[in-house]
Design a binder for this molecule. Structure first.
Ligand code: SAJ
Length: 410
């Protein structure tokens, strides 16, 4: 089978690599000439464990090449970004649409086209299908179109692409069957066939489920701070119930999925999607909540922020609440230093905490779980830590520790 994959990023390139391991010929298309050149030399431009070996081998044995333009193939997979448009709470489909337009000259009867990019519910039916119909194809008869969202975790992409279950949302049943045949080449998880709109909604809802649950935990943290209860202890105890799983409160929800996908649903039914919108608002209010509490701990001076990325043990800082918190603290006149070994590996912890009045932990990196407390007491002006991710369990007596469990003590 020959596969043409448009967009050679975090999802497109690993997907291309996996097809080559199953004797498929793959052309990886990207608009970035530098990326195309790098890939054709057998090197990769992104970091993902296990990926570079596969691409190197596939370039050597001729199973993979990159190109600026599409080529004829049996299946076309679109893995381009869908940026968030804050004005109307929806996704920018322009890259997906132009990727669709770009393959039209190469399409032949019987081909399959798969959209993997995360898109708002109804997009495949209302916005993508007409592009191919206008080019003369009848979907389900001479061209097969499906939305098959990816659901992988960076760092584990090569494993999860093979083993995770996949939602295969065809415009017609035949479209789902055809798309399943494509993924059946390397996917070992279940291929769950459904309609395109159900696949779109499922993907958005998976991330919304998590966002709403985090909002509940964040609201609990605020309530407990107000009335004087330890929220972290409440969560620990309540979660011993076999059917309860309260999530973890934090400084806000970052990343390019949870903080965005719920809006795609909200935009479709703003009058009805009340919990979804309120949850987004609650999670978006957390940077302010952190700042308010910092102000209660320290009037002025230097604050050391530990963690710039949106979650632990990654250098990914897209939509990270850390930057909003830092900007707000700077506006209030605090001097800010930061330390994040994943985002800024050149940073120096001892320099960052020197003469600081407060350490503010905003990401749960493993490196922060064991801090050098002697250095902290020696270098800091006041040895106080505000741990918004609750990663420190116990600190020496001469250090004051605040987290979302004891904010009412400030
Ligand atoms: N967070 C909390 N409290 C929690 C859990 C997370 O505040 O209890 C925060 C994190 O600190 C982070 C944010 O939420 O700022 C998002 O982190 P995450 O690990 O929950 O999610 P993402 O955005 O890295 O990845 C999600 C995943 N989706 C789900 O778990 C439903 C992943 O499986 C998807 O592949 C990915 O979105 C995607 O691309 O859609």
């Amino acid at each position: 089978m020959k596969i043409c994959i448009i967009g050679q990023g975090y999802i497109g390139l690993p997907t291309a690599a996996l097809f080559t391991t199953k004797d498929c010929d793959v052309v990886g298309v990207d608009i970035n000439e530098e990326v195309v050149n790098t890939l054709n030399e057998g090197d990769i431009h992104i970091e993902e464990p296990g990926l570079s070996e596969v691409i190197k081998k596939a370039v050597e044995n001729g199973k993979y090449h990159a190109s600026l333009t599409p080529e004829k193939a049996d299946a076309f997979i679109i893995t381009v970004p869908t940026p968030y448009i804050s004005e109307n709470y929806s996704c920018d489909l322009s890259y997906v649409k132009s990727a669709c337009e770009s393959i039209i000259p190469y399409l032949e009867k019987g081909n399959t086209v798969i959209i993997e990019s995360t898109i708002a519910p109804m997009s495949t039916d209302e916005e993508i299908k007409p592009i191919f119909e206008n080019a003369g194809f009848t979907i389900g008869e001479d061209l097969y179109l499906a939305h098959c969202p990816e659901r992988v975790l960076p760092g584990k992409i090569m494993y999860e692409l093979v083993h995770n279950h996949r939602i295969i949302g065809g415009i017609t049943e035949k479209c789902s069957q055809k798309a399943s045949e494509v993924y059946g080449q390397f996917v070992e998880g279940e291929l769950m066939q459904t309609e395109a709109k159900t696949a779109e909604m499922s993907k958005c809802m998976e991330n919304t489920f998590r966002d709403v649950n985090i909002a509940l935990a964040n609201e609990l943290a605020k309530i407990c701070a107000e009335i004087g209860v330890n929220a972290l202890e409440v969560i620990e105890l309540a979660n011993k119930h076999p059917r309860v799983n309260i999530h973890t409160p934090g400084p806000g929800v970052g990343g390019h999925c949870l903080a965005i996908d719920p809006y795609f649903i909200y935009a479709k039914a703003p009058e009805t999607a009340k919990i979804i919108k309120l949850s987004r608002d609650t999670n978006k209010s957390m940077p302010d909540f952190v700042v308010e509490n910092v102000e209660k701990i320290l009037n002025n001076g230097k604050i050391t922020v530990l963690g710039l990325s949106y979650k632990g043990n990654t250098g990914d800082d897209r939509e990270s609440p850390s930057y909003e918190i830092i900007a707000k603290l700077k506006d209030l006149g605090y001097e800010i230093s930061d330390f994040d070994p994943h985002v800024k590996p050149e940073g120096d912890f001892s320099e960052a905490i020197k003469d600081s009045g407060l350490i503010l932990i905003l990401s749960d990196h493993d490196e922060f779980k064991e801090l050098d407390y002697n250095l902290i007491t020696e270098e800091m002006e006041n040895p106080i830590i505000f741990d918004t991710k609750a990663i420190l369990k116990e600190v020496p007596e001469d250090i004051t520790l605040y987290n979302f469990g004891n904010l009412y003590e400030i």
